[in-house]
Design a binder for this molecule. Structure first.
Ligand code: SF4
Length: 273
């Protein structure tokens, strides 16, 4: 497979190149896709995970190939205690994985809370998107700036906004780096079969009926027959079950308020992510 290297060790692919590679990898097993990502991007790729089932599959596969693979997660400051404890369990299981826990900018959180209160996400969809933007998306965007590629646990069948993802694609929302969705064509059953067969650590909240796990106040277990992501921001109607890192939510209506918060947090400079 062809790749183009730029000076400074960065690996940059264009649309034509990534299109050809996507076709070649589309029928490959996830391990092959991840191996390609590790070989191609080396130190400039990381597993980005919220410690959910899919992310743990990707992390396990990557760590089997490269035990000291880089990994990134975000502590939004509103995570369930079980998630914090689970991060420690994952570290113990994969001691060589270089797991970095990102946190939001305290000044930005403070400005947001001062303007809208700590539980602004209940007020409206734009306020919820604003909270996700400050607490989760911006820390991740900062991390992605230092990468040429990232591994995700996205699957096509998870949500309508994910139905067309490819196993490898350019991420135009994050500087054109490569997004590696190795599990794109996997089913939920395949994910759980893998976790069981490999005895991979599983977030304890799954045992309590959760099917998608995010921040404590914004996640609940689902009832039988409900969509797997129905427990995320369950009080909202018609809004995407996304935080904004995997799909741009430009019509969220929170941008103006976000700019004001960043000005307040950074003394008028606005502040880059
Ligand atoms: S999931 Fe809820 S608490 Fe967490 S960042 Fe988004 S809105 Fe805020």
């Amino acid at each position: 497979m062809r790749v183009r290297s730029e000076a400074g060790g960065r690996v940059v692919l264009d649309e034509l190149e990534i299109g050809e590679i996507a076709v070649e990898l589309d029928l490959e097993e996830p391990e092959e896709v991840i191996a390609w990502g590790l070989e191609t991007f080396d130190e400039r790729v990381a597993v980005v995970t919220g410690m959910q089932a899919e992310g743990m599959v990707v992390l396990d596969m990557a760590a089997r190939i490269r035990p000291d693979v880089r990994a990134v997660t975000v502590d939004t400051g509103r995570l369930p205690p079980a998630t914090i404890a689970f991060v420690d369990e994952v570290r113990a299981r994969y001691p060589r994985v270089r797991l970095e826990v990102l946190r939001p900018d305290p000044a930005e959180v403070e400005a947001m809370v001062r303007r809208q209160g700590p539980d602004l996400f209940r007020a409206s969809v734009p306020s919820r998107l604003l909270c996700c933007h400050v607490r989760k998306v911006r820390p991740l965007v900062r991390a992605l700036r230092g990468l040429d590629a990232w591994f995700t646990g996205l699957r096509r069948e998870q949500w309508a906004s994910r139905a067309a993802i490819k196993k490898v694609e350019l991420d135009h929302d994050h500087g054109g780096i490569v997004k590696v969705n190795a599990l794109a064509d996997w089913t939920k059953e395949e994910v759980w079969d893998y976790l069981r067969e490999r005895n991979v650590p599983v977030h304890p909240l799954y045992r309590l009926g959760y099917t998608s796990i995010g921040c404590d106040p914004c996640t609940r277990p689902v009832a039988p027959g409900e969509d797997d992501r129905a427990g995320r921001w369950w009080w909202e109607r018609g809004a995407p079950k996304e935080c904004g890192i995997h799909c741009p939510i430009e019509t969220g209506g929170f941008e103006h308020e976000a700019e004001a918060i960043l000005r307040e947090a950074h003394g008028g400079s606005g502040g880059r992510p």
